[in-house]
Ligand binder design. Structure first.
Ligand code: GDP
Ligand code: MG
Length: 231
């Protein structure tokens, strides 16, 4: 029962589901994210992408948004961040294989201080190359710091994703740093903004890696995307 409660509401896509179904989704996603996770490849614009044989989900966001913390939190481990911080890999698409089920793609952070324009140019070229016809990519999770909301660089990336018609979803990070009123207003405004973005998933997810908030909901969203809903 404790296990079930840890998994949140008995609801899927806004519809109520039975406790049994909710429990099964929860069990499956927790099992999925406890699988072995291994670094497969760091890919730059000249590089070769892994064969498109498995589904992929990608994480993107400004530098320091909390991407490494979130990915580590989802997986309950620390190794992914270490790999992605390795010099030379910070401007690559880093591919990780979870079990033998799907790839997690850690995208380069963008929008950092003085070099933001140059970095976003490099990032844009890389993402465009990656996105062009990348059939197995199920969704890009675009991380946004809940204290700051959307920055210009986030909007640029959202424009790129809309143009490439790649499904993406905003994940708000560091929820523990803000008051509930601020978060409520941010969610309301974002939901309005997202209506104007054709490739955006309409609802953002609210998370805190430090307080383990929203991580299970994100695991379940990903499990559904990569493995379908039959679990
Ligand atoms: N308060 C709070 N800080 C966080 C959270 N997630 C990450 N951080 C902090 O934000 C900073 C950047 O985190 P990191 O995961 O390295 O971000 P990345 O550059 O996007 O990979 C670090 O100091 C983290 O401790 C969170 O959920 N809450
Ligand atoms: Mg990082």
């Amino acid at each position: 029962m404790v296990y079930y409660e840890a998994c949140g509401k008995a609801e899927k896509n806004g519809k109520s589901v039975s406790a049994e179904e909710s429990q099964a989704t929860c069990n499956f996603s927790q099992w999925l994210f406890s699988q072995e996770c291994s670094f497969i490849a760091g890919v730059d614009k000249m590089g070769v992408l892994p064969a498109p044989t498995l589904p992929e989900i990608a994480f993107a966001g400004r530098s320091n948004v909390g991407k490494s913390s979130l990915i580590n939190g989802l997986l309950n481990r620390k190794s992914l961040a270490r790999v992605s911080h390795t010099p030379g890999r910070t401007q690559q698409l880093n591919f990780f294989l979870l079990g033998n089920f799907f790839y997690i793609v850690d995208m380069p952070g963008y929008g950092y201080a003085a070099v933001s324009k140059e970095k976003i140019k490099i990032w844009s070229r890389l993402i465009q190359d990656y996105l062009r016809g990348r059939v197995p990519l199920k969704r890009v999770f675009l991380l946004v710091d809940s204290r700051h909301g959307l920055k210009t660089s986030d909007q640029t990336v959202m424009g790129e994703l809309d143009k490439a018609a790649v499904s993406y979803q905003i994940v708000l990070t560091k929820a523990d740093k803000s008051k509930p009123d601020h978060l409520e207003e941010l969610m309301r405004n974002l939901t309005q903004t997202l209506k104007k973005h054709p490739a955006a998933y309409p609802t953002p997810l609210l998370t805190s890696s430090h307080e383990n908030e929203g991580l299970q909901a994100l695991r379940e969203t990903i499990a559904e995307l990569v493995c379908g809903s039959s679990h």
